[in-house]
Design a protein around this ligand. Structure first.
Ligand code: GLU
Length: 431
């Protein structure tokens, strides 16, 4: 396995640039939050850099007998509060810097939820839609083997992310366990329940988005039954958030997948629209009075906008045209720094990803506990404990928001960074 050094390949600038990488956004957000806190600048300097980044090549034999070689990464940002934790994505745009930036976000996400984990993210630069199931399995098994020395239940615990799913995690667990000579379910979370996965893990990111949206709607003194919602993305985050908000009385008026969206001011029946998992890319096949493009969906006149697909969709180019009164980030990094500034000027609250979609990693933590204890929890227990954890984190962030008069993102970062910095301070620098 080849390991790269942590040499910087991108410098962040002071002015937010459009097209900024996840790493640039993450660094800017870190410095912004640090400005509000009395933190040792050496700790902030440390946190701007990942602890390590592992780069590997992953060869697979294609179904036609040829061999293709893909590049994979695992960026481990910080582990002061516990083992590294974060997803693995299979996506053509995966890069080293994207993994570092997303790994940094995982550190804050785990800290804002007060979970005993640090941050990491990894992935392979590949289009999974172009692979057969057999090829995907080979790719996952070989990638696991290449990363075997740097992952493990007390070291770094991957999970699903864009382009990966419970089946991918089952292959990863099997590949790791076979080499270790024993079944080790705690090496990965987001597995199917039959091999130690947690009930409710699949729906957890969407559930947390819905819980946080509900709390935010209430905070801004609106009645959820009189609230219209537009959601971009109908995968595990968007679809689960849509269905829960619909159940709780919200008027879900627009939904989309990669092909575009549907719009009905009277509200959509979310349960009759197949999620990506139930039937990929089926949103547009559903009858609705109007169709919209993914760009148009973001600019609809709604009360709540939930971008729950890919990153960098709210930018300086469209932030002025957004008509929603509240934005809840379902995807990781949907808002660029420049767009965040515009929303702050326009007084549009943006509840950040590291709080809103943190239900995924929170139930991952529950799964890890269940694996260690060899004891499964009921779905009811998972959902109850998730609700409790989300409300506790919401409360901590809200307190910072009110005390310091900052944005929701800054408030969440302040909660997270204080916890991480305090842990660094307590542990000190070794040697
Ligand atoms: N990939 C998910 C995220 O971005 C979950 C990570 C995990 O469960 O470790 O939060």
């Amino acid at each position: 396995m080849a390991s790269t050094s942590t040499t910087e390949t991108e410098q962040s600038t002071e002015e937010p640039a459009e097209q900024e990488s996840a790493l640039q956004t993450a660094r800017r957000q870190l410095r912004h939050a640090a400005d509000h806190l009395d933190i040792d600048p050496n700790i902030v300097e440390r946190l701007e850099h990942p602890k390590s980044v592992h780069e590997v090549t992953v060869p697979i034999e294609r179904d036609d007998g040829s061999v293709d070689v893909f590049t994979g990464y695992r960026a481990q940002h910080d582990s002061v509060r516990g083992p590294h934790k974060g997803g693995l994505r299979f996506h053509p745009e995966v890069t080293r810097d994207e993994c570092v930036g997303l790994g940094m976000w995982m550190t804050w996400k785990c800290a804002v939820m007060d979970l005993p984990f640090g941050g990491a993210k990894g992935g392979i630069s590949v289009n999974p839609k172009e692979l057969s199931d057999r090829e995907k399995e080979q790719l996952t098994r070989r990638f696991t083997e290449e990363l075997r020395d740097v992952i493990g239940p007390t070291v770094d615990i991957p999970a699903p992310d864009m382009g990966t799913d419970p089946q991918t995690m089952a292959w990863l667990m099997d590949a790791y366990s076979m080499q270790e000579g024993e079944t080790i379910p705690g090496v990965v979370t987001g597995k199917p329940p039959v091999v130690g996965g947690s009930k409710g893990r699949d729906s957890a990111p969407g559930r947390s988005v819905a819980i946080i949206a509900r709390e935010a709607i209430d905070y801004y003194e609106k009645d959820i039954r009189e609230t219209s919602v537009a959601i971009q993305g109908y995968g595990s985050v968007g679809a689960n958030a849509a269905r829960l908000l619909d159940e709780w009385g919200a008027n879900v008026v627009a939904l989309s997948d990669v092909n575009g969206g549907i719009y009905d001011t009277n509200g959509l029946d979310t349960h009759s629209i197949p999620t990506h998992h139930e039937e990929p890319e089926a949103v547009m096949t559903h009858d609705a009075p109007e169709t919209v493009s993914n760009d148009e969906l973001l600019e609809l006149d709604v009360d709540v906008l939930i971008p729950a697909a890919v990153g960098n969709v709210l930018t300086a180019d469209n932030a002025d045209a957004v008509q929603a009164d509240l934005i809840v980030e379902g995807a990781n990094g949907p808002t660029t720094s420049a767009a965040s500034e515009i929303f702050a000027e326009r007084d549009i609250p943006v509840i950040p990803d590291i709080l809103a979609n943190a239900g995924g990693v929170t139930v991952s933590y529950f799964e890890w506990l269940q694996d260690i204890n060899r004891r499964a929890w009921s779905l009811e227990r998972v959902n109850d404990e998730l609700e409790t954890e989300m409300l506790a984190a919401w409360h901590d962030v809200r307190e910072e928001l009110e005390e310091r008069d900052v944005t929701w993102r800054d408030a969440a970062y302040i909660v997270a960074l204080s916890r991480v910095a305090e842990a660094h301070d307590a542990r000190g620098l070794w040697p």
